[in-house]
Design a protein around this ligand. Structure first.
Ligand code: CTP
Length: 412
């Protein structure tokens, strides 16, 4: 099939926004006689005037040919499907050989084989992710109708969405992710397939689901994403404890905290809040609700020990009931951030600055989380400021002690 091509006059991609190392790779591949394009998320983001996160490259060159060109900076990775990582200091640019799609009938089980540039895009998930861009010719190349869909702001599966969701159910989560991020509509056939196939999500790998969820928390559109997951009736299949709250209340602390996190992450997309803080946005409201039910509603004030016990039992239940288990380290640090909230703002109302808390490993994250809570509840501003001052003093003292050399001990 002949693709549609769109030249510089048709689009507003500023070639200066393409990463210079990616340009260098494209140039060298072309000079060696290969075809090479930017592909996927970066082309989509350039077209919607967003900063691309990474610049993936697709090429006709085979892995060994790529290795020959970039030598020491090139690492071939992947056992089943070889692709090249080209390193520039800490930055890695992924270069993959055009490959053909998977078997149309079932979950992806076998490996892909090399293919044409057209085959390389039709195996991808959504039309908006299936465009090539050649920055030297300023040309967008479209085999899948992605150009029109981006301009009409529509999300559409490449191929039959029922088949594509069955092959890889994570695509449904990605669909909701793109809707949350770009606010695009979902094309009718794709929407129907989502409704029909949503239960298939539990056939996918828990680790991939967790990674997509954590990336969503970092994305700056997390509140919208969780709301869309509830509307699509998918959240309860993965995280029933969250959906129990989110399905029954339109306004609640989880959405509020996620909105605060989104604002912060939109301002600093390259260094989002830490994953434990983001996890605390989901779990703190669950712990708070449990403490309220168990103690406050019965006119009891929980001791710190009670708080610790409740935090750990709520998080244990969350881990046991969720489709994807949180890694131990993530749940431990998130627990510490949550439990520490009740040291920083005791439920008894008796505020006091305890210096022991300042030396705890999770204190900086816990303080940051308190600041986020204070953005929602002005009453927390006072304790936040008090702890923040104490923290600054603590840091200053630490620096002074580090630079203070005691006089040498006298001999004799
Ligand atoms: N891709 C796909 N199906 C998937 C994952 C990825 O077709 N399940 C293709 C898409 O072309 C996608 C590209 O690989 O654009 C890069 O994938 P990835 O970096 O995971 O996603 P992005 O689309 O770039 O999204 P994000 O901006 O969230 O990274």
């Amino acid at each position: 099939m002949r693709p549609k091509e769109f030249v510089a006059d048709d689009h507003e991609i500023d070639p200066a926004r393409v990463d210079s190392d990616a340009l260098h790779i494209l140039r060298k591949l072309k000079d060696a006689g290969h075809t090479a394009y930017l592909v996927g998320g970066s082309v989509r983001d350039l077209l919607v005037q967003r900063e691309p996160k990474d610049f993936d490259i697709s090429t006709s060159a085979r892995p060994q040919e790529i290795k020959k060109i970039f030598r020491r900076n090139c690492f071939l990775i992947g056992k089943r499907f070889r692709l090249a990582h080209i390193r520039f200091g800490k930055k890695i640019i992924e270069v993959s050989t055009f490959r053909s799609g998977e078997n149309d009938s079932d979950l992806i089980v076998r490996d892909n084989t090399w293919g044409s540039e057209e085959e390389d895009v039709i195996r991808r998930d959504f039309t908006i992710n299936g465009l090539f861009y050649d920055p030297f010719e300023h040309k967008v190349i479209d085999y899948v109708g992605g150009w029109e869909d981006i301009h009409k702001r529509v999300l559409r599966s490449i191929g039959d969405p029922l088949v594509r969701f069955k092959q890889d159910p994570v695509r449904m989560l990605r669909l909701i992710k793109f809707r949350a991020r770009f606010g695009f509509d979902i094309d009718e056939q794709t929407k129907q397939a989502l409704i029909t196939s949503r239960k298939e999500i539990t056939k996918s790998s828990p680790a991939r689901i967790l990674e997509e969820m954590l990336r969503m928390l970092e994305s700056g559109a997390a509140a919208r994403f969780f709301n869309l997951m509830v509307q699509a009736r998918m959240l309860h299949l993965l995280f029933p404890m969250l959906s129990d709250i989110l399905e029954n209340e339109d306004e609640n602390q989880i959405y509020d905290l996620l909105q605060v996190a989104d604002q912060i992450n939109q301002q600093q997309p390259k260094s989002p809040l830490s994953r434990p803080i983001l996890t605390a946005c989901l779990l703190f409201p669950l712990v708070d609700q449990a403490l309220k039910k168990k103690f406050i509603d019965k006119d009891k004030v929980p001791h710190l020990g009670d708080v610790m016990m409740t935090t750990s039992s709520v998080i244990k239940e969350f881990v046991l009931t969720s489709f994807s288990h949180l890694p131990k380290k993530l749940s431990t640090v998130a627990s510490a951030i949550i439990a520490m909230q009740y040291r920083l703002t005791p439920l008894s109302g008796k505020q006091s600055i305890r210096h022991k808390s300042l030396s705890m490993k999770e204190f900086p994250d816990a303080l940051h989380f308190l600041k986020m809570r204070a953005a929602l509840d002005p009453e927390l501003l006072k304790p936040f400021k008090a702890w923040n001052n104490a923290w600054r003093q603590h840091l200053k003292k630490g620096v002074q002690q580090k630079h203070h050399h005691p006089p040498p001990a006298k001999k004799g």
